[in-house]
Design a protein around this ligand. Structure first.
Ligand SMILES: *[C@@H]1O[C@H](CO)[C@@H](O)[C@H](O)[C@H]1NC(C)=O
Ligand SMILES: *[C@@H]1O[C@H](CO)[C@@H](O)[C@H](O)[C@H]1NC(C)=O
Ligand SMILES: *[C@@H]1O[C@H](CO)[C@@H](O)[C@H](O)[C@H]1NC(C)=O
Length: 355
């Protein structure tokens, strides 16, 4: 937050742990010598005039947790990842407000272990030595905050670029992700149902893209989700019902003329009579039923066959045993009696209804 101008020094000491030049007038490129700073934890280059492509070579830094490039003149695609585990410790990934283009590779997110299964107790107990004496500025749920980096904060902000193509399903594996902002891009296709696995998510902004299809019903299981913005897409169908979805205001959905149901004033027509939640229940039912019939059929066949073989064998040996004939007649009578009482009851019921 000064008026430093010119370029970032080209040669940086390899013992560098933090580099924060946020809010200056720096131009030029990201110094390539950073690739040797293997203990680098945080790199905040936000709010400058840097003009470069994505520094994909940072993928190899084993300790990098914070990468902030927001509000610069970065451009072009993310590029091809080379390492097997790119950005293994990354927790804050902010590329917002640049000119990045191209599609997102699903490999990009697959090894962000810093955002997967973060054990809060463990990180809290070690936070005294990793509680960085360093502040970053993040947009959190729509407001910009200056905050100290804490080990439980996780964020992916790719908003206000020109990314396109589908949203990779692999983002769903970032189970400790708290903020996800993909707004103001040109993402196409459906909202991945895998987002339902982002169980730590508190804010999801997908507004101003070209997303189509229905809002996945399972998203209602995101119990920490506080801010949802799906405005200005091409989403359609009924908004899921229940849980968190009862709490979002109607301006979470503006600019999707084909969405309907609460909290919008537009009601759903007959075509979309069954809400998504019910569809899920139906699926569950049919899944349960198919399991049930499968078992019943096997048990039925098994018992029937055993019984048949047994009786067949006995008859072959004894030729029409008397006890069997009696037994069979008993059963036949029993069934007939049952049928008669059932018919009687049914007739009675019908009679009652008629009266
Ligand atoms: C997402 O980013 C946009 C601009 O980059 C910002 O205006 C918006 O408030 C952010 N959304 C959330 C939920 O933080
Ligand atoms: C969602 O974004 C739109 C446009 O960017 C904005 O008008 C609206 O207030 C936002 N809604 C919420 C709930 O943040
Ligand atoms: C959104 O809700 C407000 C009141 O909370 C209401 O006045 C407005 O008509 C609603 N808009 C739509 C599109 O449903």
């Amino acid at each position: 937050m000064n008026n430093f101008h010119g370029e970032i020094p080209r040669f940086l000491h390899r013992g560098l742990q933090y580099l924060g030049v946020y809010g200056n007038q720096l131009r030029g490129q990201v110094p390539r010598s950073l690739v040797n700073c293997t203990i680098l934890v945080a790199l905040d280059l936000g709010n400058n005039k840097l003009n470069d492509t994505f520094p994909i070579w940072l993928e190899k830094l084993p300790n990098l947790q914070v990468l902030i490039l927001k509000s610069n003149l970065f451009h072009g695609p993310i590029g091809d990842l080379e390492s097997e585990f790119p950005f293994p410790e990354l927790r804050i990934f902010d590329l917002s407000c640049n000119g990045f283009t191209g599609t997102l590779s699903s490999n990009l997110f697959k090894s962000f272990r810093g955002m997967m299964n973060v054990d809060e107790e463990k990180t809290a107990s070690t936070s005294t030595d990793t509680d960085y004496l360093y502040n970053i500025s993040l947009v959190i749920k729509g407001n910009e905050y200056d905050m100290r980096i804490t080990s439980i904060m996780t964020s992916v902000d790719l908003s206000s670029n020109r990314f396109e193509g589908g949203i990779p399903n692999s983002i769903g594996s970032l189970s400790s992700l708290v903020l996800l902002n993909l707004s103001h891009n040109s993402f196409r296709g459906h909202i991945p149902a895998e987002f339902a696995k982002l169980q730590a998510l508190e804010a999801l902004d997908l507004s101003w893209n070209r997303l189509i299809g229905e809002i996945p019903g399972p998203l209602s299981s995101l119990t920490f989700l506080e801010v949802l913005n799906l405005s200005y897409n091409h989403l359609a169908g009924r908004i899921p019902i229940g849980k968190q979805f009862n709490t979002f205001p109607n301006d979470s959905y503006c600019g999707n003329p084909d969405l309907c149901g609460f909290p919008l004033s537009k009601e759903c027509g007959n075509k979309n009579e069954s809400p998504l939640e019910q569809d899920d229940d139906d699926d569950d039912d049919s899944f349960f039923m198919s399991g049930f019939t499968w078992e019943a059929v096997v048990i039925g066949y098994g018992c029937g066959m055993l019984f048949g073989l047994l009786i067949g064998g006995l008859m072959f040996l004894l030729e029409k045993p008397k006890w069997y004939v009696n037994f069979a007649e008993d059963i036949a009578q029993h069934i007939a009696a049952n049928k008669r009482t059932r018919q009687k009851k049914r007739r009675q019921r019908r009679g009652l209804r008629m009266n």
